[in-house]
Design a protein around this ligand. Structure first.
Ligand code: GLY
Ligand code: MN
Ligand code: MN
Length: 479
């Protein structure tokens, strides 16, 4: 057995259905209506500085419908079920510098599209395809400059109206069709997301063990040391990149919600909050663990940790098909509110009962974000958070004033959970020093985040290859 085999559990590779993307394109075509046309560009390349670009990542909608990762490409789907791709032409010199291009000739056989053309012909060919269509669909407010390009293409159609051409009268947001499709993850997507979460869990384990090992060895420990461990584990298992900027926050930095991995020293006795997940083949994972840098929780750290974990357990129990998206959040808030009173972080003589804490949102001082979000190709994935089947019933809409901000909030029925939806469950408590806050809890910031696939009877937590129970984290960090 080689060393490599001995130390790495292999991550399973999925079987990709060859016509998966064609099936998705066909579903879009049906939703367009017979005289509709949809335009789906990939992302633009972005300059980082001078002649260096940011690493290119395909647009999520485009990738969902093609599986194609080259830049400078655009997909068009028409209501008759045909798909046409524009892509970079073959170019020996550019391929020497930038790498292989599929090219329009090979694209139909490789990607299953009906036709493909070089990108340079898009401005002349697309107006011809738009003639005599009823509606043009494209993702609104996603691609900078796309709205004005569509206007330019439509103008070219108008120029031909005197020759009998009809110009589309409707422009519609393609996101509403694609977001509903992407919200329910098919078997291939679920499998990819499981593998992404397994890799991220390994990365968290590695960072926890590195933290304790460095402190035991008397070495300097900085946030970037742990960020490096995460990146190593992501890449060694084939993840293309982190799904979002990793948060590695030592001590009080954990109370900054959007903190990034930086250079701050991490001390013996500090907690470390790591919120990091890899992206694998276009799909994100999103895991947070909070652990003692030296591997042993102090009493106050453990008390707050166990409360956050109990609130997450309540969220997990509330996540099942037929429940509302807001149910896990409400379950979390009920447990946290009781715990804040029990720990003396909220004074019942000032804030009243648990129900008062919930109604007045007094918990907001320590818990100021939602308990989760959709997860998929984008870390904060697309998909409506209100229930579409109940949108048009005015009796289900209520308006209230928020007790803290004074904002008027319109409440619509929250989304009903269905099997195949994927969401995060990520309660936390962030205790900044303030009058009345017991000193033993000052600067403790804890979040616990797992990724859940909704099933008929509950949910499958796909990110639990890294321990979450305090004693199990301590045992892992002793190893
Ligand atoms: N990492 C971003 C989030 O947890 O939502
Ligand atoms: Mn996260
Ligand atoms: Mn998250």
């Amino acid at each position: 057995m080689t060393t490599e085999n001995a130390t790495q559990t292999p991550i399973k590779t999925p079987v990709l259905s060859a016509n998966l993307y064609a099936q998705r394109r066909a579903a879009v075509a049906r939703a367009l209506g017979p005289r509709g046309l949809a335009i789906i560009p990939t992302a633009l390349e972005r300059q980082r500085n001078r002649d260096s670009d940011f690493l290119f990542r395909a647009d999520s909608y485009f990738y969902y419908l093609t599986g194609f990762t080259e830049p400078h490409a655009c997909l068009v789907i028409t209501g008759d079920g045909r798909s046409t791709l524009w892509c970079q032409p073959k170019d020996t010199e550019r391929e020497i510098w930038d790498g292989f291009r599929l090219g329009p000739q090979a694209a139909p056989a490789f990607l299953g599209v009906d036709a493909a053309h070089p990108m340079g012909s898009l401005d002349t060919e697309l107006p011809k395809m738009l003639e005599n269509r009823e509606a043009v669909f494209y993702p609104f407010a996603i691609h900078q400059g796309l709205e004005s390009r569509v206007a330019g293409w439509l103008n070219k159609v108008r120029e031909r109206v005197r020759y009998g051409a009809l110009c589309p009268e409707k422009q519609l947001d393609l996101c509403s069709i694609l977001d509903e499709m992407r919200l329910i993850k098919d078997a291939h997507e679920q499998d990819t997301m499981r593998r992404a979460a397994q890799i991220s869990a390994k990365a968290h384990v590695r960072a926890m063990q590195a933290s304790a090992a460095r402190l035991r060895a008397g070495q300097d420990l900085r946030e970037y040391h742990l960020d490096a461990e995460l990146l190593h584990e992501f890449r060694i298992h084939g993840s293309q990149y982190p799904a979002y900027s990793s948060i590695v926050a030592g001590g009080a930095n954990a109370c900054v919600l959007h903190y990034r991995a930086d250079a701050a020293p991490i001390h013996d006795g500090d907690l470390v909050l790591i919120d990091a997940g890899c992206e694998l083949d276009g799909y994100a994972s999103d895991i947070t663990r909070t652990f003692p840098a030296n591997g042993r929780f102090t009493g106050p750290q453990r008390a707050v940790y166990d409360l956050v974990l109990a609130s997450q357990e309540a969220a997990v129990a509330a996540t099942k098909a037929g429940a509302r998206f807001t149910d896990p959040h409400e379950a979390t808030v009920a447990v946290l509110s009781q715990g804040l009173l029990d720990l003396g972080l909220l004074d019942k003589n000032k804030v009243g009962s648990v129900q008062d804490v919930i109604d007045s949102r007094a918990y907001f001082q320590f818990y100021m974000h939602r308990t989760g979000h959709w997860l998929g190709m984008d870390v904060h994935d697309c998909g409506s958070y209100v229930e579409p089947s109940e949108l048009n019933d005015p009796s289900l809409v209520s308006v209230r004033k928020d007790p803290l901000s004074g904002e008027t909030i319109t409440q619509r029925p929250s989304r009903l959970l269905r099997p195949g939806m994927v969401l995060t469950l990520e309660p936390g408590l962030y205790i900044r020093p303030a009058p009345g806050v017991p000193e033993q809890f000052h600067d403790i910031g804890i979040r616990i985040e797992d990724d859940a696939i909704v099933t008929a009877t509950g949910c499958e937590l796909i990110s639990r290859d890294v321990p979450v129970v305090a004693s199990e984290i301590e045992a892992l960090m002793r190893a």
